[in-house]
Design a protein around this ligand. Sequence first.
Ligand SMILES: C[S@@+](CC[C@H](N)C(=O)[O-])C[C@H]1O[C@@H](n2cnc3c(N)ncnc32)[C@H](O)[C@@H]1O
Length: 362
Amino acid sequence: MPMDDVPTVAAHEPEDGGPGGPTAVADTSTGFAALMRLADLVTPMALRVAASLRLVDHMRNGVHDLESLAKATDAHQDTLRRLIRHLVAVDVLEESAPDHYVPTAVGELLAHGHPATQVGWLDPSHMVGRADLALVHLFEAVRDGAPVYRQRYGKDFWDEVSDDPALGATFYDMMAHGQQTVFKQVAERHDWTGVRHVLDVGGADGDLLATVLAKEPGISATLLELPGPAARARAKFEGTALAGRVGVVDGSFFDPLPVTADTITLSFVLHNWSDEDAVRILRHCADALEPGGSVLLIECADQSPSAPDPGFTSADLRMLVYFGGRERTYDQWQELAVAAGMTIDSVSPALAYGARVLTLVK
Ligand SMILES: C[S@@+](CC[C@H](N)C(=O)[O-])C[C@H]1O[C@@H](n2cnc3c(N)ncnc32)[C@H](O)[C@@H]1O
């Protein structure tokens, strides 16, 4: 399209500037501004650069003037000013005095040390921030129906997190932090009556098991993980009151599982895998299940495919790009369960982040 034909935002603003003033760009007759707001790559990348430069951390440490910020971040001063000016324009930073900047409440979440920090999603030196950059290959992922993480980085996601302890730590710390509420809800709301041994398959640092075992003193457990996270889990349990009740086993859920159990937990594991791989994992779980036992699948299970939730659909595309996995509806989970020789016996009400416990039995 010739540039002359591109409608400008100003041409579509209501005369009084409309609610929110000149930045209220969504209400246009053509939808152009609304589309460009959705499609914009500048702001998402600017936020990632800010996270990478630890710009807000420096501000929280008392560095506010442009010259000192440029020195602290080792950035080109005039270009840093341009980045900051954009972040001011989108209300992430504020200019508190000429060439002095502070974060807004939203901008605060770009600090690595903030209790509700979101840098794990954004900073490319963190595993998820790094993996999200593979979204530039979404085209190939959609064309081929395959993950593109390896295409970008030359190695699969799980090999990187397991082989590189520092990078792995950014992922497992983020998971442990994000899952606390769900694990607490599962421990408190599930009926553990009669359960003797839990096998947590792909249980990361062991936080689900730690939460369940702390509440249920009669239960023992085994954690199966890749060598990197298994070592982290072992170190976490060592010397704690739970150490004697949990065994941590290095291994892969693509091999037969190392022990049998009356309860097998699979928390946010299967959404990382294709249907074919998910059924392979579930078959190993079915084989390791003691008579009368159950597999507790903790996953999102969107029940309304006709009105998709953007959180669910964006997570689904992330699973594709990172791993070739997918988010699934209840009916899709049921198909996988049946393909692995099981069926869904019950589904819990929604927990935090829309997670549910689907109880699978043979
Ligand atoms: C998305 S994380 C979920 C972790 C944990 N269950 C939770 O809910 O926080 C998926 C887990 O699967 C583990 N994993 C990946 N491939 C594996 C394999 N072949 N065998 C065992 N675990 C594996 C990863 O190390 C990771 O901890």
